[in-house]
Design a protein around this ligand. Structure first.
Ligand code: NAD
Length: 306
């Protein structure tokens, strides 16, 4: 059995699948990763400064360059690829407990993953946040200010430093989100790490937590990662090719759920379960001969005497 078949069979029989994605799942949507062969930092190691909150606060030149890069970010024109869509299918088939992404591009939401099954643990580029008062609003309005000639636009509420609502190096993760991700990793029976070098902590500790529980760890990545030698399976290749193959076997579950039969698999329902079919409108009870309406006993409308 290939490692691809092995992981597909684990997904098919899993009770609780937790997925962690990284920049690698979005490279096929045209957004470069950081550390892959064409990664932003591989090609320009100085770019790492732009992701550090210390430099960002201290140096107006870093902020100006950051705003130019945000205005030009490939996320604005990007569309979800087959990998993002396969994970949305995993949820629709009732198998996904939680999707944790390190990505800030919003493509899992665009692919149809529901917000209550998704943790964007490093935030999102689609909003801005003020570093002083916390005022948060959609990014496009602030990018309009940049294009109109404000190279480092201040907060409209308090005049503080604005930034994308992302977590830079040196900033803390939201403790509640991290706790939810950790609990999911502890309790899952399959942890799937996709398109991540597993080098950014504390997120990279999540697959280790799954190994510490009773969960299996499967890695889908184009290049070796730090946890390959501890994983139960490693599938090497592109997420956009591999993820659709990994969930293809769930097609029947998917169709059953879309038809409204939630079946008995897994202990968690999809976030937006399809409506259960209602019993036939008017039926007859074979033994008593009474009618039933929507499954309930008949009332005055039944001609047969009780
Ligand atoms: P990383 O750059 O450290 O590693 C990406 C990994 O994905 C590499 O090992 C690479 O070989 C692999 N990869 C690249 N393309 C792939 C593909 N098509 N299929 C499978 N694997 C592929 O990324 P990381 O581990 O996510 O950590 C980097 C940090 O950078 C994260 O915190 C993230 O927030 C941020 N980031 C996000 C984006 C985004 O939102 N799209 C892009 C760049 C960086």
């Amino acid at each position: 059995m290939t490692s691809l078949d092995q992981v597909a069979s684990w997904i098919a029989s899993a009770r609780s699948v937790v997925v962690l994605t990284g920049a690698g799942i979005s490279t096929e949507s045209g957004i470069p990763d950081f550390r892959g062969p064409d990664g932003v930092w591989t090609r320009d190691p100085r770019a790492e400064r732009l992701s550090n909150i210390g430099y960002y606060i201290a140096d107006a030149r870093v902020r100006r360059e950051s705003w130019l890069r945000r205005a030009d970010h490939p996320a604005w024109g990007a569309r979800p690829n087959a990998g993002h869509r396969a994970l949305a299918d995993l949820e629709r088939a009732g198998r996904l407990h939680l999707l944790i992404t390190q990505n800030i591009d919003g493509l899992h939401l665009a692919a149809g993953t529901s917000p209550d099954r998704l943790i964007e643990i490093h935030g999102t580029i689609r909003d801005t946040a003020c570093l002083s008062c916390g005022d948060r609003r959609p990014m496009p309005a602030t990018l309009d200010r940049v294009r109109a000639g404000e190279p480092d636009p201040p907060c409209l509420v308090c005049g503080g430093i604005l930034k994308s609502a992302t977590v830079s190096f040196g900033q803390n993760l939201d403790p509640l989100l991290l706790a939810r991700a950790e609990a999911a990793a502890d309790g899952c029976d399959l942890f799937l790490a996709v398109g991540t070098s597993l080098t950014v902590y504390p997120v990279a500790r999540l697959p280790e937590r799954a190994l510490g529980g009773s969960g299996r760890l499967a890695i889908v990545n184009a290049q070796p990662t730090l946890l390959d030698d501890r994983a139960h399976a490693v599938v090497r290749g592109l997420a956009g090719d591999l993820l659709p193959q990994l969930v293809a076997g769930l097609g029947e579950d998917l169709h059953r759920r879309q038809a409204g039969d939630t079946g008995s698999i897994g202990h968690h329902e999809p976030a937006h379960p399809a409506r259960r079919p209602r019993p036939a409108r008017r039926t007859r009870d074979e033994r008593s001969g009474h009618h039933r309406l929507h499954g309930r006993p008949c009332h005055r409308w039944c001609r047969r005497r009780r």
